[in-house]
Design a protein around this ligand. Structure first.
Ligand SMILES: Cc1cc2nc3c(=O)[nH]c(=O)nc-3n(C[C@H](O)[C@H](O)[C@H](O)COP(=O)(O)OP(=O)(O)OC[C@H]3O[C@@H](n4cnc5c(N)ncnc54)[C@H](O)[C@@H]3O)c2cc1C
Length: 556
């Protein structure tokens, strides 16, 4: 049945073009302040302050298809719903949204409340040759939810937002059954009744969903150990056009290829992740933190490697290069900064000792302790003190450098909105590579991406941090800013993005450590994996999705 999703006047709405809530869009005063900071700090030419777009400026073609009125799932063809389901949340999405370009809007948006609704949509879509795009929080940065629908009668975005609950908690085994559309804060609030947490904190935590995390193999913000959602997933259940697929709940298994891997990273191309069991844990109240500064970046890299290779498993082991430290207002003296944080559910002494050893290693590589070591016992703290996306880096409750870093980390996506509205190209790309390859890769990225920004935009700024650190290599995450010509932003972005992606491939790195493949990374993903593996993936798709209606163009 069709539904009216316009909501009452009181309903808090997400922006139709930008990251996050519409009521958090920047004021003109905030934008002026940012503009002068960007021009001053980065030396960019004067940036224009463009008017923010209105939904009434958007023209949409009429919907090409409509489901039957008696479809056993609510759906709509309303303009706001179609517009807000057209793109994810990457720079190129924000730019197109800002310029009111929604040419590839889906025709229909469906809102299932349960698996029967999902099945009804898939059955209708298979009969009517309609492409179905599973939609979680729409925070994809790789074109995961946009689908032109070429060769199809139309496109249906299947919004999982109403399947947002934690259905069951097994406190004994410490696992929870979570439905696909539950966002980070929704999961957190429901697990709080059990004094448990999932503790998977991607930067997009506020809006992204459990199903989206599984489908994209999302990375959280613990630097070691629990890095991807994969590490938390016990079992997964999905509705595919060929039927329902559910894996067995197991703490571990050595029985052949892992069926969870059919769905982890499937990006909506095989079916809809409706729910899964995930490992949960109590909040770790004991914390130990320190900050170490280095004059030389490569000394800092060596220290970081030695810390993880000593198997100290810090929750936070974030290495900021000098540009990243400056951008996030952590250091302005040209030093690279290593933020170290340990946490424990059990007691302080072991993590105090681990931190002490990590600092000792850092100092042996020329590091200067600039903050800490500090310890915290938050056993008495209320869980609500930590609520919100502010805990997304696993460093909640911290002051000083780590707190500065965390605040800027949480605010960054909102700042991206402002930057787009003043003609600044702002994007991130990330990867993982072995330690032996990292220096050559990093140097090549610095040179080629900076050259590409120079060529396309006349200037540019590049910074790097490690989001995760493994014993055999880091996961570097690059942020780039460049002055863009309004109207030519996508062309300029493409030049820079190609330089970055081609360099990752040439130096043996992965096209993505956690941002997923989608449509933007698809060709490079195909280059990265063996051809026979791709053939097997294609045949798996044919088995689970014989009509090829599931998110065509993503992944495959
Ligand atoms: C500001 C910002 C910060 C980010 N930070 C991180 C980060 O720290 N770590 C990280 O890993 N990623 C990050 N991302 C990328 C993005 O948030 C992740 O890829 C996230 O997992 C997507 O979840 P979602 O619910 O928003 O999915 P969507 O964006 O809605 O969809 C992503 C893909 O998954 C598919 N999909 C969604 N739900 C389902 C489902 N239930 N069943 C089947 N397929 C589904 C979609 O079809 C699409 O292909 C960030 C993005 C932004 C904009």
């Amino acid at each position: 049945m069709s539904t009216d999703t316009t909501g009452g006047d009181e309903e808090r709405r997400e922006s139709f073009w930008a990251w996050g809530w519409a009521d958090r869009l920047p004021s003109d005063e905030e934008r002026r302040e940012l503009k002068s900071r960007i021009e001053g700090m980065l030396g960019f030419p004067e940036r224009p302050l463009l008017d923010l777009p209105e939904l009434s400026d958007v023209d949409l073609p009429p919907a090409a298809v409509e489901p039957p009125e008696d479809l056993a799932c609510e759906w709509t063809t309303a303009k706001r719903d179609r517009v807000t389901h057209t793109y994810g949340s990457a720079y190129r999405d924000l730019v197109r949204g800002f310029h009111c370009r929604f040419d590839d809007a889906p025709d229909v948006v469906a809102y299932p409340e349960g698996e029967s609704g999902v099945r009804a949509v898939l059955e209708w879509a298979a009969d009517a040759n309609v492409a179905v795009v599973p939609y979680g929080g729409g925070t994809s940065v790789v074109g995961g939810v946009e689908c032109g629908g070429k060769g199809y009668a139309g496109v249906c975005s299947l919004d999982m937002g109403r399947m947002d609950d934690v259905r069951e908690v097994d406190e004994h085994s410490r696992a929870a059954r979570i439905r696909g559309g539950a966002t980070g804060p929704e999961i957190r609030a429901q697990l709080a009744d059990h004094d448990l947490q999932l503790r998977h904190y991607p930067q997009s935590y506020e809006f992204s969903t459990f199903g989206g995390w599984v489908a994209t193999r999302a990375g959280g913000h613990f630097a070691t150990r629990y890095t991807h959602i994969d590490d938390f997933v016990e079992s997964v259940r999905a509705v595919t056009p060929a039927g329902t697929l559910e894996t067995r709940r197991l703490p571990a298994s050595g029985a052949g290829p892992d069926p969870n891997r059919f769905l982890l990273g499937s990006e909506g191309a095989f079916g809809v992740v409706t729910e899964g069991w995930a490992r949960v844990q109590p909040r770790p109240p004991y914390r130990a933190n320190a900050t170490v500064r280095f004059d030389d970046y490569w000394d800092a890299v060596a220290a970081c490697r030695e810390v993880v290779q000593a198997r100290l498993t810090p929750a936070n082991c974030r290495l900021l290069d000098a540009n990243e430290a400056m951008l996030n207002e952590v250091a302005f003296d040209g030093s690279s900064v290593l933020l170290l944080g340990f946490e424990s559910t059990d007691s302080l002494p072991p993590i105090e000792a681990d931190l002490e050893r990590a600092v000792e290693i850092a100092e042996s590589h020329g590091g200067r302790l600039s903050e800490g070591p500090a310890t915290e016992d938050r056993t008495a703290a209320d869980d609500a003190d930590e609520a919100g996306a502010g805990d997304g880096d696993g460093a909640e409750g911290e002051d000083g450098d780590a707190g500065e870093w965390r605040d800027s980390f949480v605010e960054a996506p909102y700042m991206f909105n402002s930057l787009v509205s003043m003609g600044v190209l702002v994007d991130t790309f990330e990867t993982a590579v072995t330690w032996d390859q990292f220096p050559a890769l990093h140097d090549a990225i610095q040179e080629r991406v900076t050259d590409a920004m120079q060529e396309a935009c006349g200037a540019g700024f590049l910074s790097c941090r490690f989001t995760h650190a493994y014993e055999d290599g880091p996961a570097p995450y690059y942020t780039l800013l460049a002055p863009a010509d309004v109207g030519r932003e996508l062309e300029q972005w493409r030049t820079v993005k190609e330089a970055a992606s081609d360099t990752l491939m040439e130096y043996g790195a992965t096209i993505t450590h956690h941002h997923a493949v989608g449509r933007v990374h698809r060709d490079h993903y195909h280059e990265e994996v063996p051809e026979s593996f791709l053939e097997a993936l294609r045949s798996m798709k044919r088995t689970l999705d014989p009509e090829g209606i599931m998110n065509p163009g993503a992944l495959l």
